[in-house]
Design a protein around this ligand. Structure first.
Ligand SMILES: [Zn+2]
Length: 136
């Protein structure tokens, strides 16, 4: 029966599998948890399968890897080999991020994007999370 899934579809499925439970994500989750918030993880029914969803507050926290989401920091940037491939791929990711953000905002979700590099500044990160979650 697996043959019923075409190669194209299979690659689509593969592409949609994001690395879950990455270190940055687990850390952010534990911080929010300690603050006493309840949340859901990787909600597939929402655009882009957001990482952390707080349904009661209608808030979403995305934990983005700097490379994959083309952050404007030192960790990001296009690899030297296969430049054209990476350029296309990262541009597509970026475009999808923007589309998802717009869709979520139209659905009246409030979204906070946490970048992987922010984990190096825990006090700053905690402040951002606290501010976002306390804000009504
Ligand atoms: Zn970054």
């Amino acid at each position: 029966m697996t043959d019923m899934v075409s190669r194209k579809r299979r690659s689509e499925i593969m592409r949609n599998i994001k690395p879950q439970n990455s270190f940055p994500e687990v850390l952010v989750r534990s911080l929010i948890h300690k603050m006493g918030f309840r949340f859901r993880l990787h909600v597939r029914s929402l655009p882009g399968t957001p990482d952390v969803v707080l349904p009661r507050h209608r808030k979403i926290i995305l934990i983005n890897g700097c490379f994959w989401h083309s952050h404007t920091c030192k960790k990001a940037g296009i690899p030297k080999s296969n430049r054209i491939f990476w350029k296309k791929k990262l541009r597509r990711n970026h475009q999808r991020d923007i589309e998802n953000l717009i869709a979520l905002k139209q659905m009246k979700w409030r979204v906070l994007v946490v970048w992987q590099c922010e984990l190096k500044r825990p006090a700053h990160l905690l402040k951002r999370l606290t501010k976002f979650l306390a804000d009504n």
